[in-house]
Design a protein around this ligand. Structure first.
Ligand SMILES: [Zn+2]
Length: 158
């Protein structure tokens, strides 16, 4: 009988990664670079979870006319505790006609990308789907709003 080596279960190390994206203001044509998260590790960056629940993630502002602009980007949500990695894609993609085939194709790409990492993967379209499927839905959103209000009050007092 061969002895099986003791399996060491370690949490995969997939750090938060940022990148920059070039933005152009529709109103005044100013061009600027905005930071975007390519992958968020919510163990090391718990604020990202709130950013998703409150939908403040991936917004930028024109440096000249201050017009807020949403950054459309694809990013990965990684929760090491749950060994869960979700690719978040724009929600219009699924309405643009691809349907389930599009989902499965993106899902297979993601499985391949992380085949050597011990995580569950999934693909969602839009923050609403991510929140509903994996982040606790409306209850979690309400809790995040309370947290945000409380933090604002505390900061107002200091
Ligand atoms: Zn502008």
């Amino acid at each position: 009988m061969t002895e099986r080596p003791e399996q060491v279960v370690s949490v995969p190390d997939l750090p938060t990664e940022f990148s920059e994206i070039e933005m152009r203001c529709a109103a005044c044509k100013t061009i600027w670079s905005a930071p975007v998260a390519r992958r968020v590790n919510v163990a090391t960056h718990p604020d990202a979870r709130y950013g998703i629940l409150l939908k403040t993630i991936h917004w930028t502002r024109c440096p000249l006319c201050k017009e807020p602009r949403q950054i459309e980007t694809i990013f990965e949500y990684f929760d090491p505790e749950q060994r869960l990695l979700i690719q978040v894609r724009p929600d219009w993609e699924i309405h643009a006609g691809g349907g389930e085939d599009w989902y499965w194709a993106r899902y297979e790409d993601l499985v391949l990308k992380y085949r050597d990492v011990d995580v569950r993967v999934d693909v969602v379209f839009g923050l609403d789907e991510l929140i509903a499927k994996y982040l606790g839905g409306e209850e979690a959103v309400a809790a995040a709003r309370n947290w945000w209000e409380q933090r604002r009050r505390e900061q107002g007092q200091s």
